[in-house]
Write a protein that binds this ligand. Sequence first.
Ligand SMILES: [Zn+2]
Length: 599
Amino acid sequence: MKKLLTLIAVLLSISATAKSIDYSKLAQHPRLILKKGDIEVVKQKIEEDQPLLILHDIIERRTNEFLAAEPTKYRMVGKRLLGRCRAVLERVCFCSYMYLISGDEVYARRAEKEMLAAVDFVSWNPSHFLDVGEMVTALAIGYDWLYDWLSPESRRKIEDAIIEKGLRTSGKKRWWSKTHNNWNQVCNGGLVMGALAVYERIPEEAQNIIAEALKNNPIAQKEYGPDGVYPEGFGYWEYGTWYEVMLIESLRTALNTSCDLEKAPGFLESAKFMNFMSTPTGAVFNFSDTGNPMNAINPLLYWFALETGNMSLVWQDRERLLNEDVVRGVNRQAPIAMLFASRCNIKDIKPIKEKVWAGDGTQPVFLYRKGFASSQDSYLGVKGGSPKNSHAHMDGGSFVYEWGGVRWAVDLGSQDYHSLESKGIGIWKKGQNSQRWQVYRLNNYSHNTLTINNRLHKYEGMATITKLHDKKKFKGADFDLSSLFPDTESVTRRILIDKNDKVTCVDRIESRNIDCAVRWNMTTFAEAKIIDKRTILLKQDGKELLLRVVSPSNAEPYIMENNSKNWYDVKNKGVRVGFTTTVAPYSSATIKIELTPQK
Ligand SMILES: [Zn+2]
C-alpha cells in the first residue's frame, strides 16, 4: 500500500511538473543559461577577481587557437563520434562567449563556421546517442547566444540540423532516457536545450521532448541520493552533472522554472562529495571508470556555491588557479561556468573545515582529508558498492591513501574503452561472466582489497558501510564485504586513520566448508622491499612508509608485478604488495595491517 501511495505521489508530481510550465512565457533569445546583464557582470568581475581573470585568460587563449584551426571534421572512432561532438561544443561555446565579451565578430564568424560544418556532417550518430546529445547542445548554445548576429539563412540551416539530425533521430526506444546514469542526463539535457532553442519551429514536438525529459530525468537524479555520492565516480560526476545543471539553468532562463530539479536528494550535496574526492597531491579518488587528472579545476562548482551559498566549495579551484603556473585544459563548458561565477558573491572564502565526508546509497564511500591547504596532508578514501553499478570496477573495500605528498595506495583507474572494444573485448556486457571482469584494471586482482581463492568478486555483491568512526584520535568506517565473496560466510573490513596519519586495516573472515586462500592486496608506485616476514618497506620521492602485518602470525609478505598475461591489457607501472594467509574450513581469521608513515 505504501509503495502504491508513493507511486501515485510520484506520478502526481510528474504531471504537476509538466503542467507547471507556461510556454506562453518563453523568453526571447538568448534564452539558454545566459541571462540579461550576465556579460556585463562577467566583464566587471574579471577586472576585480584574479582567479576569474585567470580562468577567462585560459578560455581566451584557447579560443584564439581555434581561430586558426580548420572546423572539426566528421570522423568516427569505433562506434563513437563523441570526440568530434565534444570538440564542436567546446569551440562553439568558447567562440560564442568570446564574441559576447569582446564584440569582435571574428569569434562569431568562427563559431558559425564550426556550426555550419557540423550541420553538413552526414549524421550525428544516433546509434550512440550521447554523441547527438552533445552535438545538439553545441548548436543550441551557439544558435541561441549568437541569434541576433547570425543571418536568417544560417539560423535556418542550424535549426534544420538541430531538428532533423538531432531531435528527430531519438527514435522510439529511447532507452537512454530512462537510465540511472550520465546517459540520461546528457541526452535529456541536450535534447531539452535543442527543443528550447528552436521551440518556435516545432512547438508541439518541443513540448513533448521536454515533458518526456522531465519525466525521466529524476531516474538519474535518484543516484545522488541520499547523501550526494555520484556512483560513477569523479569523471562522470563532472560529465553528468554539467548536463544536469545546464538543463536546470536552461529551464530557468527560458521558462522561469527549474521544475525543482535541483531539489533532488543529495544533488546539491554532491559538490562537497567532489571536494573530498579531490586529494592533497592534486589527484582524485579515481574509482570506477575515471582517469586521474592532476590539479584538475572544476569550475562547475561555482554553480553549487551559488545555489547553496557555500563559497568554500570553490576555494580549492581558486587556489589552484592562483598558485600553479600550468595552463591546464579546461572543460568545454568553462565559459558557462564564468556566468555562474560572476553571479557569486566572492569574498573572504575559507577552505572547507570538516575532515570527513561519508555517503551512502548505491556507492557508499568514506572520505578523509586532513586539510585542503597542503599537498603533504594525509588522505584516505575507501569505497563500498557493487560491480553491478554503471562503470563500476570489482573494487568493494578498496582504498587510496596519501601522505607526505605521495599516493601510496593507488587505483589504476580505467582503461581506454576503444583500446578494448577495438580488440573485441565486450566490456559493457553485464553479469559475472562478462569479459569486463577479465580486464586487469577492472577486476579485484589489481585493487586494494581482498581476493579469496583467487576468484573474482561476485557481480551481484554489494559492499556496505555499517559504521562510521569519527573520534578525535581516529576516523574511519566499517564495511560489510560478505556478499562479494563466493567462498566465505562473512567478510568485514574496518579501516581507520589516526591523527598521526597511520592507517590500520582490520579484515575479519569467517570461512565455510573449504580452505580460503586470502590475499590482502595493495597496488603502489613506490619502490617496495620485503625487510622481514612481517614488513614491507615502501619508498617514494624521499619518503618511507612501512606496511606491516600485525596478525595472523602465518601471513606471508609478497611483491608481485602489476600486470596480467592478457594481451589486451595495458601495461601498468608499479607493483602489487601485501600479505597472503589461509583460513581453515569453519574457522575465522583476523588480518590486521598497518600503514605507518616514517616521519
Ligand atoms: Zn578501479
